[in-house]
Design a protein around this ligand. Structure first.
Ligand SMILES: CC(=O)SCCNC(=O)CCNC(=O)[C@H](O)C(C)(C)COP(=O)(O)OP(=O)(O)OC[C@H]1O[C@@H](n2cnc3c(N)ncnc32)[C@H](O)[C@@H]1OP(=O)(O)O
Ligand SMILES: CC(=O)C(=O)O
Length: 496
């Protein structure tokens, strides 16, 4: 345990309560159970399963999760209202997150009550919840705008009446690490204190860490930072910040973080921002040449977390910022071994593609590499003549004369159409030299009209090696022949 933190830190997950308060999100009881099961497995201490008073579906969810026997405390949000507490107890919750507004703004303007009245409500609700056998976390709503002396009084009285734990809610994200230094130590001295932060100004994570350092024993978090408005402290970010920045062993199964995050995103319908810390698509993706070069040599140069730690993989993508190291690494994975000059030419073409605003895919890289390597290879096969005949009353037939390794070869074949006949005759004509198979054939019209330029892409294989080759012409048959011959030459080229 790190000396920075007073005690073993606890994780109170509120994805299913505050997270579900994200506008538009609604989880059914089975979905809540699925998430709760994963939260228990990853190692959180408390799952706030919902708001007991909100609906019959919420009560079903609390019941379902309580009955599942998960190794986790099942909690529910309740107001300082007897019927809310009854819903919690009657549906098998272990504990209640008993919330009472504590700032004068909330007390006077929202509840239209006085400090004395809310104090009575809070204390009598604690007593009632304890009489129903519940663990009680007495929580001050809008505590960051409350008077410290009043907070001490209402929390201390609550603990005297049986509250097991306390919670400090920064309900609208106005807390700062400086204010935490003044507020948290005296309150954490009363009873184990949780910190519940919102991210309205982007301070939720920093405030949560500061509160834990100042003596709070438990962090309220949500998976992916879901929650009211800008959300709550993201679970995955807090776990990794504590582990990486503070060397604190959380006990959370970090390797399950990414799959939990994607599950929650899928079930809630809230997509992960691509650049989100830890779990965003781009969090372990590198394009810039300098970064990719560094990461290939030593990942720590540009990664603060190893992706495998949280169940992810590193990705290097290509674009206009790529350098030769990343292009070469990608080519090696595809079994290409360009020489220095070829690599330079491929990198230049990748940059051109990137400049045109295109996202460079593996298929693009293969096509570029095929073109560059084909330009420099001495062709094994040369086309001498090609003819195809087709019509309404005849079987499409193609004939070809090729020069293969200096020897002339002639062949003919029929097919379902003229293109098929062309593909058949080419493969047949080199059968004595190599078993080349056409695995895939694809055609795109690059512009419109009957005179459009068409691009034919073929995938050919020989002895387990697969290459992609392209031909582009206004004549679809000759484009196919060109793609096929270029591909066959690549496969017959002597390269490792
Ligand atoms: C900061 C937070 O995240 S707080 C949690 C927010 N979560 C929710 O609101 C859960 C979903 N809510 C609901 O389903 C409904 O609002 C219910 C069932 C709780 C209440 O519904 P209604 O009885 O129709 O009341 P409504 O929502 O209009 O207003 C809230 C009522 O609760 C009262 N109230 C609000 N907070 C508290 C509290 N902590 N303790 C006691 N009463 C409270 C309000 O004063 C108001 O009652 P009033 O009209 O008598 O003044
Ligand atoms: C209770 C709660 O969720 C809040 O005050 O933010």
């Amino acid at each position: 345990m790190s000396v920075l933190f007073a005690s073993k830190l606890r994780f109170f997950d509120t994805t299913l309560r505050d997270g579900e308060q994200t506008p538009g999100v609604s989880l059914n009881p089975d979905q809540k159970l699925e998430i709760a099961t994963r939260l228990a497995a990853i190692g959180v201490d408390v799952v706030e399963a919902g708001s007991a008073a909100a609906s019959a579906g919420e009560q079903d969810a609390i019941r379902l999760i309580s009955d599942a026997g998960l190794p986790v405390e099942t909690c529910t949000f309740v107001r300082a209202v007897t019927s809310d507490i009854d819903y919690a107890a009657d549906n098998g919750a272990d504990s209640v997150h008993l919330v009472i507004p504590v700032s004068d703004l909330h007390i006077e303007k929202k509840l239209r009550k006085t400090r004395v009245q809310v104090t009575d409500m809070a204390w009598s609700s604690v007593e009632y919840a304890k009489s129903r056998g519940l663990i009680v976390e007495l929580s001050g709503e809008d505590a960051s705008r409350a008077d410290l002396a009043f907070l001490k009084e209402i929390y201390s009285g609550g603990v005297e009446r049986g509250a097991d734990r306390l919670c400090f809610c920064d309900t609208v994200g106005l807390l700062t690490p400086e204010k935490i230094a003044a507020y948290i130590p005296p309150l954490a001295g009363i009873a184990p204190l949780s910190i519940h932060c919102h991210d309205d100004l982007g301070f939720a994570l920093a405030n949560t860490v500061a509160a834990l350092k100042a003596g709070a024993a438990c962090a309220h978090t949500t998976v992916n930072g879901l929650g009211e408005r800008a959300g709550n402290t993201p679970f995955e970010e807090l776990v990794m910040a504590l582990e990486v920045l503070y060397g604190y062993h959380t006990g959370i199964k970090k390797e399950e973080i990414y799959s939990l995050s994607t599950l929650v995103s899928r079930l809630t319908g809230v997509p992960l921002p691509v650049n989100k810390a830890v779990v965003g698509e781009m969090a372990f993706t590198h394009e810039s040449g300098i970064h990719a070069h560094g990461v290939i040599r030593e990942p720590a140069t540009y990664e603060s977390i190893r992706p495998e730690q949280i169940g992810r993989k590193r990705r290097i993508v290509l674009g206009k910022h790529s350098g030769s190291a990343s292009v070469e690494a990608a080519l090696h994975e595809m079994k290409y071994a360009p020489n220095e000059q070829q690599l330079k030419a491929i990198v230049a073409r990748i940059k051109d593609l990137g400049d045109s605003g295109k996202r460079v895919s593996d298929a693009d890289l293969m096509a570029v590499a095929d073109t560059v390597l084909a330009m420099e290879c001495k062709p094994t096969i040369k086309l001498r003549q090609f003819t195809v005949v087709s019509g309404s009353s005849m079987i499409p037939t193609a004939s070809v004369t090729l020069e293969v390794k200096g020897k002339e070869m002639t062949g003919a074949a029929t097919g379902d159409g003229p293109v098929d006949a062309a593909m058949q005759v080419l493969a047949k004509s080199v059968a004595d030299v190599a078993d080349i198979r056409l695995e895939e054939y694809h055609v795109d019209a690059i512009s419109g009209g009957t005179d459009a330029l068409v691009e034919v892409t073929v995938r050919l294989s020989k002895d387990g090696k697969i290459i992609t080759s392209r031909g582009a012409r206004t004549d679809i048959i000759m484009a196919s022949v060109e793609a096929m011959i270029a591909g066959m030459n690549r496969l017959l080229e002597e390269r490792t």
